[in-house]
Ligand binder design. Sequence first.
Ligand code: ATP
Ligand code: MG
Length: 417
Amino acid sequence: MLTQAPKGTKDILPSEIHKWHYIEKEIAQICSDYGYKEIRIPVFEHTELFQRGVGDTSDIVQKEMYTFSDKGGRSITLRPEGTAGVARSYIENGMSSLPQPVKLYYNITAYRYENVQKGRYREFHQFGVEAFGSYGPSIDVEIISMVKLLFDRLGINQVRLNINSIGCPACRAEYNKKLKDYLRPNLENMCPTCKTRFEKNPLRIIDCKEQGCKKITAGAPALIDHLCEECKNHFEGLKAGLDNIGIEYSVDKNIVRGLDYYTKTVFEFVSDSIGAQGTVCGGGRYDGLIEECGGKPTPGIGFAIGIERLLMVMENQGIEIPQPKGIDIFIAAIGEKAHKYAEKKVYELRKESLSAEKDLMGKSLKAQMKYADKLQAKYCIVLGDEEIDSGKAVLKNMKTGEEKEISLDTIIDRLKM
Ligand code: ATP
Ligand code: MG
């Protein structure tokens, strides 16, 4: 127990952190290009926020939340996703009085009590954006294009975009009647979760991952065939917008998304190359969410990308993420005097933002040189009594092997050349 992280969690080790930094940099860049500002939200919120914001009939609320009472007796939940927290913050901080749309992004850990498997963890990372205030569909096109461009920049081409519309409360009410009529004869054979969804939110049944339920819903009527005029036009607008900027997509009638608050546009970017957990990005419009959480009626749309799955796709495609470069210089030292000098010198170099290292283990010269190689030092300099006394030493370029005698006072200038 003591030496094992809890199931479904993982350390990100120094040997792989460069991959995360690389992706985080690309995320910050694309958000800047698209005018999305970062927001940082708490790791935990009042449980009720997720019950309302994610929805009582979602998988997340029904099965997956880490909920506990704190010492003050409040029910607290670790965030299972980002949208509800961002929506709460939008309301709490009066962001409706800002110029609209308000475009936000987050890069967070999320927590779900899941059946752990490849690409499915209990602590995982999500990059997501939320845009509040615009009914679209132009903003729908904008955020979908953002995902596409991010994937392009990362070199990912093995993902497909699937879109759908799940209508508004008006057309969904009509549709729900038809769906219930279709499902009713088989209600007894459905999983317990779906039985509870039947009255509360039958559309959610389409999203069930149980094989038995999947069979039953296979031939069910699709919402997209029963949209009201307004939702139909919105969806046509979305498709025309994607066509206009040349983004390919398929319409997938079965996407309903896992969260209760979605309206109209829903979409996924899916990869076939990483197995069953193939959805790398999920998103959609949630025009009812802000009001549901206690704000003024405000439309919104967003997406979330699972970073672990993104990395899996990149790995599968053989995309090489640039390795961090080595240090600028290793100062090897023999003897007390040289060590003291090296101690001072590395501090001077670091003050100049040069990465410098010296021996800290009492290694032999040979071992120090080996270590300098491991650190991929660009230059190395060996100091003994003689060098300290004369103020001169040999600077070795570790890549070319070239050696040059230099004055110790000029190391910084030479490295900066
Ligand atoms: P799934 O259908 O795979 O359960 P979801 O619909 O629950 O996904 P969302 O809530 O839309 O997923 O989250 C957005 C993205 O976050 C997903 O597309 C996926 O890439 C990632 N994700 C979701 N759950 C996990 C998890 N348990 N572990 C790792 N990544 C996850
Ligand atoms: Mg899920």
